[in-house]
Structures are given as C-alpha cells and as structure tokens.
Design a protein around this ligand. Structure first.
Ligand code: UD1
Length: 349
C-alpha cells in the first residue's frame, strides 16, 4: 500500500550508482517506479554500467560524473538538482588493504563526500539519507551473532575507521540538522544480478574472496590463496556472513520508503544487513565448485593481516523493523557470481 507522501516518481540521488551495490540498487529503485539520479566519479566503476542498467529496466538513469569530495562541485550539483527526496550514499573507497597504504586519501574521500552531501542536504532541504556502513565497525565481535547494539571496537584499518567516523558524523548531524539517516551495516555482499548484465567489476587483482574465486576458475588468476586454516572455527578457515547483492539492494529501497513514509523511530537508525548465517572460506569454495561444476585451484597460506576470525549478523531487528529478510542462499549467490564472470569473459572474446 503506498504511503501518503510516497509518489511513484520520488527522485532519489544514488551516489556511487555505477558501483557494485549501487548499480543493483538503482535497478531495484527504477523497477519500483523511482526516478534515479546517479553521481559517480567512475574511479572504481565503468560508464558501460549505465547501458546495462538501461537494458535491465528500460530506463536510462540521469548521470553526472564528479567527485563528491569536491565541495564546490557538490554544492553546484545540489543547486542545479532541486526536488531530490532522498539520497543513498554509496560512493566511497572500500579496500581495506589500500587504506593502510593511503590513509589520508580514505579520510579525505569518505569523510569529505559525506560532509559535502550533508551540507547540500541542509542548504537545499533534502531530508533523507541512507548511508552505506559496514560490519567492520564491530571488529571481532565478542558475542555472535552480532546485534546492532554490540560495542563499536577500535578500527583495524583507516577504511573501517571512516565508516565509524561517518556514523558518528551522522549521529550529531541528525541531532542538530533537519536531516534523518539510516545507516545500513553490510556484512559481505556477493553475487550478481540474474540477468548477468551487472555485477562486481574489480579493477586489478581482487581483494575480496568471491571475485578472486570466479577469476581463478575462469583462468584470469592461477590460484586462490585461502588466508588461514588455523582459526578457531569448525574447519579452521575464517567465517563471514555472505549476502546476495540483490537482497541487499532491496533493503535499500525499503530503507528509502521507511524514510519517505516517516516510519522511522529516530532520526538515525542503524540496521545490520546479513543473512544471519556464517560460512567459512572453505564452505564458499565448496559451494562454488558444486554450482559451477568447476574444480577450483586453491592453496592454504598464512592468515591475512587485519582479518577477523568470524562474524555474522543478528538480523532480527532488520527483519522485524524493515519487514525485510535476505532470501537467497550461498549456492544461489555463487551461481550468480559465476554466471556474471562467464558473461564478462564472453564479452571479452
Ligand atoms: C572486509 C570487511 C567488510 C568490508 C570489506 C571491504 C570485516 C569483517 N569485513 O570484508 O566490512 O566491507 O572488507 O572490502 O572487517 N579471503 C581469502 N582469499 C582471498 C580473499 C579473501 O581467503 O583471496 C578470505 C578472507 O581472509 C576473509 C574472507 O575470505 O576471511 C572474506 O574476505 P573479503 O571478501 O576480502 O571480505 P572481508 O575481509 O570479510
């Protein structure tokens, strides 16, 4: 049932909308009748994503290419784009390892873009912001599954620290400005759209597990390194809560609707987005081999610095409050990731 102040053509700004999670969210928004404007500097994505979104939905989203950490350009964008009803802010640097080498770039980009967006919201009367946060804010939780009220631990990387700091900025901004926010703490988003037209497009050597698996299976990489088999977990490899990117994208639409419908319980709400189930690296590999029929070349190597041993979400609060639940299981996620990798390979031929 549509809520009073939600209209079919509410305009949503999606920053980072050509990226992995952003592009899937744009598709879900458009399919629900929202008008989407994307801002992305294409520093970690490709312009072709726009055409592929259009192939899926039949609607080409409006697009502007610039860096949101540029205050003047961001102010100019807001001055020219009136009538934005809500913002989903994905645009950020996200590579943990890189953030250890380039910490200042991470703070400048991730904090700067949020501040400029909040300034634009304040100046132009845009009230609603959905922010991409991460389970990384919990570090290694003491109690699993981890709830939203678990303590925030000292960050293990500048990347993780920027997510914590952005949440803190939102805490005070939503207390003092006419702005509301929902911070969504993602666990490990993987998989791709069923059309195999959009998915994860890592530049260079993937840092994340699933693109490394699919690139190894397709022959781009020789061998996957499994980082550690001596963790205190059932099979010794590290455990994460992998969530299908389309499930995640749908949660963003629900978060936007919650804000537009003024259903929030406070000016800043925080939700875990995961499945509630942990899977080990070795289980992910087994699932991949099962659904793809491929034998994966992998070897066990020492642990990766900065990795936590295990984490998975308590999703009760998100399930109850958002009326949202992740629907797709690990095999489904791995099959969609594999279809996407194969589609990429056939395009290159
Ligand atoms: C981390 C953060 C996550 C953040 C993401 C950004 C935590 C718990 N998670 O994800 O919030 O959004 O970085 O990139 O802090 N692995 C291998 N071989 C590989 C690659 C990965 O064995 O080649 C293993 C890792 O050791 C880890 C698992 O696979 O156990 C998942 O790794 P990855 O996909 O990089 O994500 P996280 O590090 O969990």
């Amino acid at each position: 049932m549509p809520l009073n102040n939600i209209t079919a053509m509410n305009k949503i700004l999606v920053t980072g909308g050509t990226g992995f999670i952003g592009s899937h969210t744009v598709v879900e928004l458009q399919q629900k009748g929202y008008e989407v404007v994307i801002v992305d500097d294409l520093s970690n994505s490709s312009i072709e994503v726009l055409d592929n979104i259009t192939k899926i939905t039949g609607i080409k989203p409006a697009f502007e290419q610039f860096d949101l950490s540029d205050a003047a350009k961001t102010a100019d964008f807001f001055a020219r784009n009136k009538g934005i009803d809500g913002i989903i802010h994905f645009a950020a640097f996200k590579a943990v390892g890189e953030s250890m080498v380039k910490p200042l770039e991470y703070y400048k980009n991730n904090l700067g873009s949020l501040l400029n967006i909040l300034e634009g919201m304040k100046e132009n009367g845009v009230k609603n912001l959905v922010f991409s946060s991460s389970c990384t804010v919990y570090g290694q939780p003491e109690v699993l599954p981890v709830t939203e009220s678990a303590p925030i631990q000292q960050a293990w990387s500048p990347y993780g620290n920027t997510k914590q700091m952005c949440e803190e900025i939102l805490r005070f901004a939503t207390m003092t400005l006419p702005v509301k926010a929902i911070a969504l703490r993602y666990f490990n988003p993987i998989g791709a759209h069923d059309s195999a037209l959009i998915g994860e497009l890592p530049l260079g050597v993937p840092g994340n597990l699933v693109p490394f698996i699919t690139q190894t299976a397709i022959g781009i990489r020789a061998c996957l390194s499994v980082f550690g088999d001596d963790y205190n977990t059932p099979d010794g490899s590290a455990v994460r809560d992998y969530i299908h990117v389309v499930d995640l994208a749908k949660a963003h639409v629900i978060a936007v609707e919650r804000m537009l419908g003024e259903k929030g319980k406070s000016n800043l709400e925080i939700f875990n987005l995961g499945t509630g189930t942990g899977s080990s690296v070795l289980e992910v590999i087994k699932s991949f081999e099962k659904v793809s029929g491929e034998k994966l070349n992998y070897k066990i190597v020492p642990r990766r610095a900065g990795d936590v041993e295990q984490t998975w979400a308590d999703t009760q609060y998100a399930n109850d409050e958002l009326g949202w639940k992740a629907e797709r299981g690990l095999d489904d996620m791995m099959l969609s990731a594999w279809k996407w990798e194969k589609a990429l390979a056939s395009k290159k031929k």
